[in-house]
Write a protein that binds this ligand. Structure first.
Ligand code: GLN
Length: 198
């Protein structure tokens, strides 16, 4: 399974390492042509205004929206990536994909200094708690009807999925635990299977 990693900003190498450890083939995506070699995409954290602007400039927003049109191109957005996937954004609103029916409140967990790590229960990953790192993280303040919450921290949903899309407020590539990446790879495998069966 070839997993694209948007290589504009953020923990590109760490995501690539986690994808490899989870049994996938990481493909760095910088240009529209790179997308053709992928079965799914990870959008790392960073600064969503900058990433969105560059994605727009490189034609990646249009190309990814086209791939996503039939709901068969899995995308996982972490932190800034979550903001770029959100239909609605509170605060300065970056150019973005807007594919997931959530509202993201940018920087709702405070400034850089308010970054933290928390051990979280994520039932789809099994019983062992997951070490989740939050860095100037967005909060999901609204979930559309089709969006399934996967993890909650202090009453706020911090990981969710809708169809082929997965979002998390936290950075799973910053711990050694690869279960979130494994979960995304399974999603990509399922989507590929549906595709080849139809
Ligand atoms: N606060 C950043 C933004 O609004 C996201 C932070 C992150 O990705 N670690 O884009």
């Amino acid at each position: 399974m070839r997993i694209g990693i948007l290589a504009i900003q953020g923990d590109v190498r760490e995501h690539a390492r986690h994808v490899s450890r989870a049994g996938g083939d990481p493909v760095l995506v910088r240009r529209v042509d790179d997308l053709a070699k992928t079965d799914g995409l990870i959008i790392p954290g960073g600064e969503s205004t900058t990433i969105g602007m560059l994605m727009d400039e490189y034609g990646l927003l249009t190309a990814i929206r086209a791939l996503a049109q039939d709901n068969r191109y899995p995308i996982y957005g972490t932190c800034a990536g979550l903001i770029l996937l959100a239909k609605e954004v509170v605060g300065p609103s970056p150019a973005r994909l807007g594919l997931v029916d959530i509202t993201a409140d940018r920087n709702a967990y405070g400034r850089q200094i308010a970054s933290f790590e928390a051990l979280m229960d994520i039932p789809v990953l099994g019983e062992e708690p997951f070490p989740a790192v939050f860095i100037r993280a967005p909060k999901i303040t609204r979930l559309g009807d089709g969006v399934k919450p996967l993890a909650t921290y202090q009453g706020t949903v911090v990981m969710a999925e809708e169809g082929p899309y997965l979002v998390s407020s936290f950075h799973p590539e910053m711990s050694e635990d690869i279960r979130v990446h494994q979960y995304f790879l399974e999603k990509v495998a399922r989507t590929a299977k549906v595709q080849s069966a139809s």
